[in-house]
Design a protein. Structure first.
Lengths: 134, 134, 134
């Protein structure tokens, strides 16, 4: 068992930061050969997702759709801090993802990357990587 | 390894019940020091999420946005039970979240709480907490 | 620890394929009595969810709502491959779910089934099942 913490800096309000390499590193450092790796985001206006990293337009389009689904300003919002959309996006995308580890490596599909999702940036953020197994 | 079952009572159609204390208790009772904790909801019209517990307006706004995204009545619905919106919200929010356990404690960010999400209440509900590690 | 790979064939653009039996089989084959099982989808235009399998209209309605939330054609899309909606649905539904294993069996609620979610079919697809514990 092994939990490692990483820092991430975001630069705009909505942003997806590719953290795949750091998750791979944490798995390698854990020495675990067979098990799972959990990526966890300890924030309420951010999340973690897995999606394509080949064409940057995919990231653009995912963030654009989320913004259309959950507009930044809406009559129903009562939270005075003004970032209710970011909280809702966090609950829709989720703040935790678990992936298989086999032969000492996190398993990812050909086109998959792990992304830290910023929904209320720019900010200094963190994420945790826990590797379980043996 | 350790799985514990908890009951939860909901009082309205859409509701987020803070279950953080019970998850903390299950982690403590497991004796696990390093690993993960999974919160699982065995229902198809409910879910589990992690979000802010400081300002209750955040919960209000998340539920209001979900209701806007997935209206209770919609022409496309064919399910005669009339609660298709609750099923869809369950699949959007998800019924399973996994968090790190370090030094014998579930890791949560400063503003994070674990919420049981009711989308078709009021009902008597349950959730399961599984702690893995050592 | 035990990771098993399964193939799945989809037949339409949007489809939910019940994979519950195969996940049960993987848990049984692992010999794990107490722990967790993670279902992981290694694709960026597909996902995995848990929802009702009693009335097929529930699956219809979930797919119809997702299509309403994330329309196939939208002015904001820049990804030239034309399947941005499928990528967004993948990130909304998620590609990983973790469930408890107790007494050698995956725990599911009375009405729950595990579904492979196709959002850009028809295609030949795969999913992975990792069982952890002892």
């Amino acid at each position: 068992m092994h939990t490692q913490r990483f820092e991430v800096r975001t630069h705009t309000r909505d942003e997806m930061v590719d953290i795949t390499d750091r998750v791979h590193q944490a798995v390698a450092a854990s020495g675990v050969k067979e098990g799972t790796v959990t990526v966890f985001v300890p924030h309420t206006t951010a999340g973690v997702t897995i999606n394509e990293n080949a064409d940057p337009d995919v990231v653009h389009d995912i963030l654009a759709v989320l913004d259309r689904i959950v507009p930044w300003r809406l009559d129903v919002y009562e939270h005075t801090e003004g970032n209710s959309a970011a909280h809702a996006k966090s609950s829709i995308v989720g703040c935790s993802k678990t992936l298989p580890v086999t032969a000492g490596q996190m398993v990812l599909g050909t086109w998959q990357a792990v992304y830290f999702c910023e929904f209320d940036g720019p900010r200094g953020r963190a994420f945790l990587v826990t590797v379980t197994g043996r």
